[in-house]
Design a protein around this ligand. Sequence first.
Ligand SMILES: [Zn+2]
Length: 459
Amino acid sequence: MAATTYTFKGLLTENGWIANAVVDLDASGNVISISESEISRGEFVNGYAFPGFQNAHSHAFQYAMAGLAELHVDTAIQDDFWSWRNAMYGLALTLSPNQLEVVATMLYSEMARHGYTAVAEFHYLHHDKNGKPYANLAEMGERLVAAAQKAGIRITLVPQFYQQGGFGQAPVDRQKRFISNTIDDYYKLLESSKAAAKNYTHANTGIGIHSLRAVKPEDVIIICNSLNNSILHIHVSEQLKEIEDCIAYHGKRSVKWLLDNCNVDKNYHLVHATHLDDSEVTGIAKSGASVVLCPSTEGNLGDGLFRFEEYKNQGGNWSIGTDSHVGLNPLEELRLLDYGQRLISHKRTTFVTPGQGESAFNALKMAWQSGRRAMNALDAEFFAVGQPFDAAVVKATSPLIATASLRNLCNTVVYSADVSDMAGTIVAGKWICKDGQPIHSEMAVNDFVTVIKDLGTRL
Ligand SMILES: [Zn+2]
């Protein structure tokens, strides 16, 4: 007996669209059955259901500075990633737990509005403003979980091990809120984070190493050897300077070092992976690991373009993330990724090999499958029986969508739609955003405006 039933004008499966899809869900929002039917049952939704988008990389607090750091007024500074990072550290030093929760609630509500149903929070803002651990080591992580609960989105809290300021260097004062001095300190933080995740049905955790520059090599190896099938998220090779520093310290590029020293496998989520040599491209693809690409942030920060063509041709896995949240639209992330590649390849087949199918479906499938794994979730296919029903629904009435055949529907949505075409977002069978209104939106906006005024960061 179904607890909830929806009928969608269409629903996307791995084998294509089901028209007039009747979806029966149990009391937990898990799929009992999906079938095509002439007769609607339950709530009729005049829209097309896509599997919910997976946001595999987020630093929630950075949302408070999205779109800033663009006033290039100092002639002595050539703005780049590192000057942006300075501005970001300034923000990181100011936020209270309550302010973080408010910023994250606004952010996660906006993610829900754009069709994201899950977020992996790459979290390193652990301690108080003086760098002292809170009584609850996972105080800040707990606030992120609370924010996700208010917004209704799933969260994978990935507390980061952040130990040092650079390869072989002590942390600087501005990094004092991030630091775990030892592995034991980190594992205590991880245990507290797991306890915090228990506060919310749709929360879980993963293990995080901020980057090779932020953790001693011997400790990276210990953490990687004790994963016990947990997922691991790590920043790799975002900036050329990072590679140069790694070569100077280790005599090897960063991904090469990781591949040589750790058993990199499907549980590894390598964030950015922008700068790779041939052997690193092959090494990641062969390992079964995923790269997490964040095209809007990587573009904004001037990181570079990932070697997508070579990686794709070797069967590499990838997901998307919004990182600094300068963009929040998953469709735009896919487009930016695609168009960056088209501009350098002069071809239009980024996501396919010729004859292999349609661009958008392949992109959605790849990003979703690796995205689910980045959340420590094991569902193997869209809307599988027994799995929670998480969906991003686009309006069937939007002009381009209303006039597209099912054959052209994925491409129409991925290449031409925006948030105004979203009918809503569903997590575990419940709307978390409907008709453009996230469940927590009014309160989230009011609180957010107050906090941003208090912070004064957007003046
Ligand atoms: Zn990041």
